[in-house]
Design a protein around this ligand. Sequence first.
Ligand code: CTP
Length: 408
Amino acid sequence: METMMQFRGKKITVGITGGIAAYKAADLVSWLYQQGAEVQVIMTKGAQEFISPLLLHSLSGQVVITDMFANDDKLHIPHIYGVDGADLLVIAPATANIMAKAAHGIADDVLSAAILAATCPILFVPAMNFHMYENIATQENMEVLRRRGYHVLEAEEGRMACGTVGKGRFPEAAVLRGAVCQMFFSQQDLAGKKILITAGPTRENIDPVRYLSNYSSGKMGYALAAAAKNRGADVTLVTGPVNLLPPQGVTMVPVVTAVEMYEAALSRYAEMDIVVKAAAVADYRVEAVATQKIKKQGETKDSIQLNLVTNPDILRALGEAKGQQYLVGFAAETENLLDNAKKKLLDKKADMIIANDVSQPEAGFNVDTNAVTLITKDDMLTLPSMDKKALAEKIWDNVIIEIQKKSK
Ligand code: CTP
């Protein structure tokens, strides 16, 4: 059932490529706009052979991006601007060519470059001749895209413009609308669950103007919170200081230090069904925080000492106090990833550890992607590098499977 203006406040970018079904993208754009979305259309040269940018401009209320090198101030760098802040990128129709380019990271026009620059979930809607669709090259490219966490719709069967009958048709409007809705309002498979997530760094004060901290951006924990909320959970997010917008409908508990995070997590623990410790907690704090700014010690003394004491290990404390809760921790490692992570799983009595090698450029702190291995007592699943929002969904998929296994 469609509710009016269900995409209010969402930015959706629609990429249109050169297939006969390009005209059907007009219906999608018009519907998204009517549902309250801010719609940015990007068209390839091929798409413009089939349908006019002016039409899409009128339907979306925004100038259509058609050229990587457009000299228009308003569009800044078109391929970046086109997906900047987007909640979803839909490629409809997606030709075999655009999927091949996306699978191989080729960025030779404005849309393929935008796909590479996008950090939001991406939905490909393939439509092409039956033989092109069935071709092993196309099938393998779609498989690569799916493994990376992109969503690729199955084409429909039926009669095509070229006269053949087979698989490759653009989906019916209702099917496509349903697929887009699912990207935002997925199945409610966490309904009724109370979930606590910790995110971001902690900050340990040195004096009134200085602190010790780490590079955690909070993006993974925030993505987990938003995804769990979308899947129907009652979510509490205990967050260190980060520069992110609170996910809608989530109970926010801001904290600064590890001790504050410990208290916030432990005091709410009893009522929780699932706890995910995505925060990068400082292992040490300054023993005696100076009440006044520490002054420079003159020219003669070229070093000073800060005495650090151990912070409470929050995950370990939760592991010790565990009742019916399902407890998930992270392990940030720079060497011996799997061994160290498995050790953390057992030592801290967690049910799952999400191991990431933070020495890799596409994993860990302060980036939009992550590559992790999910480790449980008797299983291990390595996921490919993907956007943190897509990864959040995969993590929940697996947590749900594990909880179901446990309750059998
Ligand atoms: N953690 C915690 N409290 C701490 C330190 C870590 O709750 N004081 C949690 C983190 O939130 C994460 C897990 O423990 O879920 C592992 O954190 P990580 O920094 O990888 O490991 P540490 O236990 O700190 O061990 P080390 O720094 O020696 O790798």
